[in-house]
Design a binder for this molecule. Structure first.
Ligand SMILES: Nc1nc2c(ncn2[C@@H]2O[C@H](COP(=O)(O)OP(=O)(O)OP(=O)(O)O)[C@@H](O)[C@H]2O)c(=O)[nH]1
Length: 317
């Protein structure tokens, strides 16, 4: 068992993934102060260092540390501003920040906590105190990560749920708008699923949805793609930086994959097995929001249903 596991194991909620070696970022414009903290933590954690606010923000976006020990007084960008910026970005807002400072006035401490820090430690640091506090906040971070994970998974199928999809859609919409890249989504719906439930029973229906979800997610997706259960017998996939042609190709592969599962569907008017219909839509995001993209994919799905089901339709905005 690694030192990190032995530190946290007894205190964690079930299902929480304990990193082998948590990553810490230590930020201080005085290398000698970094050295002290490095010696305290290097045995149990991977320690990254930054000597300015700007560098700290860069390391955060690259390394996504589990916790940050942040000096307050630094030239150019001080710790308060660094913390403010970290808390304003979705990608970094959940990283706990502990201020390490020689200024211990109540006003300073209040300001630090107001901008989002979780704790305050005064210099010169006492190794035992800083270790105990870091352990507490790392444990809370790991538990919060586990809860976030649980809240984003669909209970029946185990794949991402609607909440996770909505979060990613919002983030990817903004990312693709910044980079002027296309964003595609594909909406998938199991054909004649009411008849499936009526014929085989609701429990069998649940089993069918699990197998379809598995077939949808076992495929090789690109790093930022996400497949989720959108609700009921409907699934959706988000594909950033993907043109409509490629989204349609992928949709066709998925349609075929579900067809090849050959799950019997004796009550279907379309085939002897379970099939899905798919609607794809693509846009280079602009100043409007993503509702129109979802609407267009839904229209295309409807078109696929109207056109005979077990097929793919797609359109750009
Ligand atoms: N077993 C099971 N059924 C579900 C679940 N969620 C939704 N359903 C059922 O899925 C069915 C969807 O029916 P409809 O929306 O009429 O669509 P359909 O029968 O698939 O018809 P088309 O989409 O037009 O091919 C409903 O009967 C829902 O009760 C679920 O989690 N488990």
């Amino acid at each position: 068992m690694s030192e990190a596991h032995s530190l946290f194991a007894s205190d964690l909620i079930p299902g929480a993934t304990i990193p082998d070696r948590p990553t810490l970022l230590v930020v201080d414009d005085q290398p000698v102060n970094i050295q002290v903290l490095y010696q305290v933590f290097s045995a149990s954690c991977d320690v990254f260092m930054a000597t300015s606010g700007k560098q700290a923000l860069e390391v955060c976006s690259q390394k996504n540390p589990d916790l940050i020990l942040l000096d307050v007084v630094m030239p150019e960008m001080d710790g308060i501003e660094v913390c403010r910026r970290l808390k304003s970005e979705v990608e970094t807002r959940d990283i706990p920040v502990i201020f390490v400072t020689s200024q211990d006035s109540p006003e300073e401490e209040t300001l630090g906590l107001e901008v989002g820090a979780v704790d305050f430690i005064t210099k010169p640091v006492n190794p035992a105190v800083v270790k105990a506090r870091v352990k507490t906040h790392l444990m809370l971070k790991i538990q919060a990560d586990a809860l976030r994970e649980l809240a984003s998974v669909d209970g029946l199928t185990g794949i991402a749920n609607r909440r996770r999809f909505d979060e990613r859609l919002d983030a990817e919409w903004r990312a693709c708008r910044r980079t002027e890249q296309p964003l595609s989504i594909i909406m998938m719906d199991v054909d004649h699923f009411k008849k499936y439930n009526d014929h085989y029973g609701h429990l069998e229906g649940d089993g069918c949805l699990k197998m379809v979800a598995h077939a949808l997610t076992e495929d090789q997706w690109r790093g930022r793609d996400i497949v989720s259960r959108y609700g009921g017998e409907e699934f959706v996939c988000l594909m950033p930086e993907t043109h409509l042609d490629d989204a349609i190709k992928k949709a066709e592969m998925i349609r075929q994959r579900v067809f090849d599962l050959a799950l019997p569907h004796a009550a279907s008017d379309t085939a002897d097995r379970v099939t899905i219909s798919i609607g794809a839509a693509c846009v280079v995001p602009n100043d409007s929001d993503f509702k129109t993209l979802l609407l267009r994919a839904d229209e295309q799905l409807y078109k696929a249903k109207e056109g005979g089901r077990n097929r793919v339709e797609g359109a750009c905005l």
